[in-house]
Design a protein around this ligand. Structure first.
Ligand SMILES: Nc1ncnc2c1ncn2[C@@H]1O[C@H](COP(=O)(O)OP(=O)(O)OP(=O)(O)O)[C@@H](O)[C@H]1O
Length: 282
């Protein structure tokens, strides 16, 4: 059985990778990612950009080891070509045990995670849950201090710990979801639009939380985000996808300065105008 090697270099290795959704409802198998290759070196923060439907979430979910997580069969992601490894664990045909081992180190913030917080739990329990599931013997006090620090960074009053998801605004729920994705101290964080649905005043709070986390842990991060504040504060390299393919890869300023691909050029222009909401919806 492959054991995750946290010192693996690079942390993520993707080679000519193709991913599909199975055929369903009389339709054909759908190729969401086609022939993509890139590495994410250990400790780097890389952004995955691209218009809606370009395959970003599919790739993120697959690399986070959550390809088979979806309830319905039709939403399970299948590797149809090439290879990928995370912490030197090959992602082809992951056994249940290997997957559990791997996902213990890989935080995944799913798309619109704030909307799927457990409705029966208050915020405090939502945050404690990942740790309580792993071990009964955790230091509640130490963890409480960490939670208080995170709440402060994202500007949520401690009284919110007693509230339930339905009592929070959309942006507050999203902030809780981002905090939750960090609770197990992941050595790799894969986050799908961490600031989506958060108002402009509070987006920098999430950026700050991720910066704080990185300074504390030096974790590797793959972020799907068109948030210019986040890109500027955290990201060195970007990957740009279009229709399942990688159409740009490199240092953020370089790639936008010398963009030779039509979509990358348009994206660069839009980002300069900081119209990120529109890009995400394009
Ligand atoms: N369960 C599924 N079954 C079939 N096709 C799917 C499924 N989920 C996503 N797709 C398709 O796969 C393609 C890639 O979707 P994906 O969500 O990865 O794109 P994305 O770049 O993350 O887009 P967005 O920014 O809108 O989330 C899209 O064409 C989408 O319609």
């Amino acid at each position: 059985m492959a054991h995750p090697d946290l010192a693996a270099e690079p942390t993520i290795r993707v080679s000519d990778l193709s991913l599909s959704y199975p055929a369903h409802a009389g339709g054909r198998e759908f190729a969401a990612v086609e022939g993509v290759s890139f590495d994410v070196p250990r400790g780097d923060v890389v952004a995955l950009l691209g218009e809606s439907g370009s395959g970003k979430s599919t790739l993120a979910r697959f690399l986070a080891g959550r390809a088979a997580d979806a309830g319905e069969k039709a939403a399970r992601i299948k590797l149809t070509g090439g290879a990928a490894s995370v912490f030197d664990v090959p992602m082809r045909r992951l056994s249940g045990r290997t997957r559990t081992r791997l996902t213990a180190y890989v935080g995944h913030l799913a798309q619109d995670a704030g909307a799927t917080l457990t409705p029966e739990l208050n915020v405090g329990d939502i945050l404690f849950e990942p740790i309580a599931e792993r071990s009964k013997n955790f230091d509640r006090e130490e963890l409480g201090e960490r939670i208080a620090e995170m709440m402060d960074i994202v500007a949520l009053p401690l009284a919110k710990l007693q509230e339930y998801p339905y009592e929070l605004s959309k942006g507050q729920r999203q902030r809780v979801a981002v905090m939750r994705s960090l609770m197990l101290d992941p050595a790799l964080l894969i986050a799908d639009e961490p600031t989506l649905g958060v108002d402009a005043n509070n987006r920098p709070r999430i950026v700050e939380l991720l910066r704080w986390y990185r300074a504390r842990t030096n974790a590797t991060m793959l972020l799907i985000s068109h948030d210019i504040g986040m890109l500027e504060a955290l990201v060195r390299d970007v990957l740009v996808m279009q229709e399942g393919r990688l159409v740009g890869h490199g240092e953020i300023n370089e790639i936008f300065r010398h963009a030779d691909h039509g979509y990358v050029q348009r994206l660069a222009q839009a980002l300069r105008a900081t119209a990120y909401d529109e890009i995400a919806e394009e």
